[in-house]
Unconditional design. Structure first.
Length: 134
C-alpha cells in the first residue's frame, strides 16, 4: 500500500501494480503516465498529464471511490489524450479533453469525464464505455 499527497513532477510516470496492491498519488504533473495493473489492484492518480496510457485486467479498479482504503478521492487524472484497455471485469474512470481511445472486454467498464472531440472505442463481450461527470 502506497499513499502520497506530495507533488510528483516528471516527464514520464511508469507504474506497474499486481496482486491486490494499492497506490494513491494526489498531485501528479507529468507529460506521460503509463499504468499497468492486474490481479485486483486499486489505483488513484490525481493531477494532470498530456498523455495517459492504461492497461488493466482481472478485476482492477482505477480512480473509483473505495470505502475500504478511505482515500479522499477528488477526481481522475486530467489528461489531454487517454488510451485505456480494460479486460476481464476491470473498471476505470478517466478524464480526457482531446482524445479518448477505449478498448474493453468481458464485462469491463470504462467511465470517462470530459468531452473529447475524438473518441475511438472497441468494447466487446459486455464491456461498456459511459460518460460520467462526477
Amino acid at each position: 500500500c502506497i499513499r502520497d499527497s506530495h507533488k510528483i513532477s516528471a516527464d514520464t510516470l511508469d507504474i506497474r501494480l499486481s496482486d491486490e496492491s494499492f497506490l494513491g498519488f494526489r498531485e501528479v504533473e507529468v507529460s506521460k503516465s503509463l499504468l499497468t495493473m492486474w490481479s485486483g489492484t486499486l489505483c488513484f492518480l490525481e493531477g494532470s498529464a498530456i498523455d495517459q496510457v492504461i492497461e488493466m485486467t482481472d478485476g482492477c479498479y482505477y480512480n473509483l471511490a473505495d470505502t475500504e482504503t478511505e482515500w479522499p478521492f477528488a477526481g481522475p487524472l486530467q489528461a489531454e489524450n487517454t488510451w485505456v484497455t480494460a479486460r476481464n471485469a476491470a473498471t476505470a474512470w478517466v478524464h480526457a479533453s482531446s482524445y479518448l481511445n477505449a478498448v474493453g472486454t468481458t464485462g469491463s467498464m470504462v467511465y470517462y469525464k470530459g468531452d473529447p472531440p475524438t473518441i475511438e472505442e472497441n468494447m466487446t463481450t459486455g464491456a461498456e464505455l459511459i460518460q460520467k461527470s462526477e
